[in-house]
Design a protein around this ligand. Sequence first.
Ligand code: SF4
Ligand code: MG
Length: 333
Amino acid sequence: GQPLLIVRDLQKHFPVSGGLLGRTQAKVQAVDRVSFSVKKGETLGIVGESGCGKSTTAKLLIGLTEKDRGEIIFDGHALGERLSLKDLRRGVQMVFQDSYATLNPRLTILDSVAFGAQVQGLADPKCLARKMMDRVGLDPNRFAHRYPHELSGGQRQRVNIARALAMSPRLVVLDEAVSALDKSVEAQVLNLLGDLRAEFGLTYIFISHDLNVVRFISDRILVMYLGEVVEVAPVDSIWAEQAHPYTRSLFSAMPSMDPDDRTKEPPLVGDPPNPINPPKGCRFHTRCRFAAEACKTKVPKLAGLSGNADHLVACHLHDAASGHPKAGQGVPA
Ligand code: SF4
Ligand code: MG
């Protein structure tokens, strides 16, 4: 079927306050040329180092940040054309990492969960809120009249999930939603998210720096580097083969289950380049051990691997027409 969400060529550059570079205002190129789609009912995991554009992408999706350029098509309708920001914000809900900062400390849990539904004019928001609390494992009889500071981090994150669900969203964007939780609580919330996805027919975008968590919950994984998408693939496919040299480094940095793993990529050297003035051509070329002349000038396009069209990568090694001397050999061992 048709994807629930299509993002095309999304761009966001933030002006740097007070900073002038030459005669033009310097800008952080936070998100560039970002394109992807999410199918109904699937979970797309987004990974990458902090500052790679994951969170900015999420905020662009719900209009918390205004895009410079690009298309957001939700359920067949383009934002700004047949889809208003208000409709988009009802269909797409977000859950953030900081469960405390996102809750109003003066509202009871019941009022917090009911608030969005009330604003939307949904029928009987308090009754709906009690149902949702129950569904996320917070007994409304015990928790309805408590305040956020009386709850644990895991309980507060359940409140945020209930609040998002009360809006009957189609898509939920979870930005580091379990990252602040203890491992055992994290596992419980991940299982809850999986159950809710099945029960309500939800679609998720799951952003995290933790590859193992992303692997557990996602159907496909998208990798970002310096504001761009470098690889997108089904979980099993990317676990078996990291086609982009950056993805290989990212996976190699994971605590390994096998300490004698000799297939490990050497760790990344140097800091990520400055996003105000990112490298030309392939943005990863300053840190890539396979970088060739072509990589310094030509921007690699996201394209399917030969024989595995669902596995997309943006790297000249996989493009015979790129002029890269090792093209066609894939990533050499
Ligand atoms: Fe490395 Fe070139 Fe591929 Fe970029 S395009 S990841 S520099 S080999
Ligand atoms: Mg972030």
